[in-house]
Ligand binder design. Structure first.
Ligand code: HEM
Length: 440
């Protein structure tokens, strides 16, 4: 079973992940020693290198997985069979363009899109190609679509919309209005994450239904309820990103209520699915199953943190501290990355037609989860100390705060290294298998 474009997407995704964690590690060393590699890649560049590589991992792996599931597992031939490869080439060249843009210091973009904004054009072209092919190929039987088809389709459409929205600041008349500009910018980032969550959660539900060999997992009322909740979250749950901006109070209240809901349903879905599995289901899909279980645990932990940081009075103190970073890394590593690892393990079991036993991955699996917990705890602690410094200490210089955080950063680095070791092992084993399949 081979699908060149989808496996190449996954290959590039794993390479982006390996680069991403390396940049993350270097950025952490720069917390401790700001002069580390400063001449070549200062923190202001290292961070975008890390974040862009990591986002590429999520997007490329989700895209490759969806291409693979449709063409190789569902065996639905693409109506436009050449488009996945063109899509891949467009994204590959854009990825090179982004790195060049960072290396040469052309970083006029903002936040997650710090690269030169002209590169938005090929990114949009890639998504439009993906969308056209996706909808033309699976448009039949729309009434009977399982939930993951809705989730993937919605994710693609909203991704195109929010990528445009995130760049409205390029219009001078828009940029002149500061509050409007900031509100829309932060809203769009929240919704951008919501769009890739649609793709990734859809992949999670897809794998669950395949492991259980029961399509009803993806057709139950609860999963559709979850889909609509996710959609409302995508459209409205972003406002905890904008609490500090003086917008209308009802926007904050509505978004607070909305952002509480989504993950609770996801925990429920994974939990009831797990209970309904037979031992054979679990054994046959061992690694994918294990990573879905890890996702369940991390969803649960992140709910607690998200519940807290979404309360406006608490958000006031956490905004701009490492607690926010712990929240975003907690979700992108704990939830997105675990579901995507489950996806790649599932794909690998299909292409190799054999089961990868847990025994070979036991150490890396536990190292991944335990070090992530301690890594995030250190970050959280650093955030509490910084918030205390920002709001409750008077005239204490920043350098003193940094000195007092030295040992916390060391702990953060140690568990960061453990995380890098675990992820590198998992990613290289998977990379080798996918690469060998492509070569064969
Ligand atoms: C799959 C693995 C990873 C993912 C998905 C991930 C994701 C992210 C994201 C989304 C951010 C931006 C946070 C924000 O804007 O709030 C970030 C920042 C960061 N990450 Fe990671 N990360 C990963 C691995 C790592 C590792 C292994 C390390 C260190 C060893 C690391 C260190 C950092 C640092 C230092 C920052 C900058 C925080 C700041 O702005 O002060 N990351 N990461």
């Amino acid at each position: 079973m081979k699908s060149k474009a989808s496996l190449l997407f996954i290959t590039f995704a794993l390479v982006a992940l390996l680069f991403g964690i390396l940049f993350g590690l270097f950025a952490t060393v720069q917390y401790i020693d700001p002069d580390f590699l400063k001449e070549y890649v200062p923190f202001s560049k290292m961070r975008p290198f890390h974040v862009t590589s990591i986002i590429s991992w999520i997007i490329l792996c989700a895209t490759g997985s969806i291409y693979f599931f449709i063409s190789k597992v569902e065996k639905i031939p693409f109506s436009l069979p050449k488009l996945p490869m063109i899509h891949l080439i467009v994204f590959f060249l854009t990825g090179i363009g982004i790195y060049i843009s960072y290396i040469t210091g052309n970083m006029e973009g903002r936040e997650y899109f710090a690269f030169t904004p002209i590169l938005l054009a090929p990114i949009l072209i890639g998504w439009v190609l993906f969308g056209i092919n996706y909808f033309i190929t699976i448009r039949k039987n729309i009434i009977n679509w399982p939930v993951y088809y809705w989730m993937w389709g919605t994710g693609i459409i909203f991704m195109i919309y929010h990528l445009c929205e995130a760049h409205l600041w390029l219009i001078p008349s828009f940029r002149e209005h500061f509050i409007k500009d900031m509100s829309v910018q932060w809203k769009s980032y929240g919704s951008f994450v919501g769009s890739w969550n649609m793709l990734v959660y859809g992949i999670g539900i897809y794998i669950m239904s395949k492991i259980k060999k029961d399509e009803s997992v993806a057709r139950k009322k609860t999963v559709f309820f979850f889909y609509f909740l996710g959609l409302i979250n995508l459209m409205l749950g972003w406002a905890h990103h904008t609490y500090i901006i003086p917008t209308e109070p009802w926007i904050r209240s509505l978004s607070y209520v909305v952002s509480m809901t989504e993950w609770i349903v996801l925990v429920h879905i994974i939990y009831s699915w797990k209970k309904s599995l037979s031992l054979k289901n679990k054994q046959d899909n061992c690694m994918a199953y294990k990573f879905l279980m890890a996702a369940d645990f991390w969803v649960f932990l992140n709910i607690i943190l998200a519940l807290l940081v979404s309360i406006p009075a608490i958000n006031f103190f956490t905004h701009g501290t490492h607690i926010t970073v712990a929240h975003s890394m907690g979700t992108t590593i704990g939830i997105n990355t675990t579901i995507l690892f489950a996806s790649v393990f599932f794909i690998v079991s299909k292409i190799r037609n054999e089961i990868l036993t847990f025994k070979n991955f036991k150490i890396s699996y536990y190292l991944f989860n335990v070090s992530l917990l301690l890594f995030l705890s250190a970050l959280f602690y650093a955030g509490v100390k910084r918030s205390n410094w920002m709001y409750f200490t008077k005239d204490l210089p920043f350098s003193e705060l940094q000195d007092s955080l030295y040992s916390t950063y060391i702990v953060f680095l140690i568990f960061g290294v453990c995380l890098v070791v675990a992820i590198s092992y998992l990613a290289t084993v998977l990379l080798k298998i996918v690469y060998n399949t492509l070569k064969a």
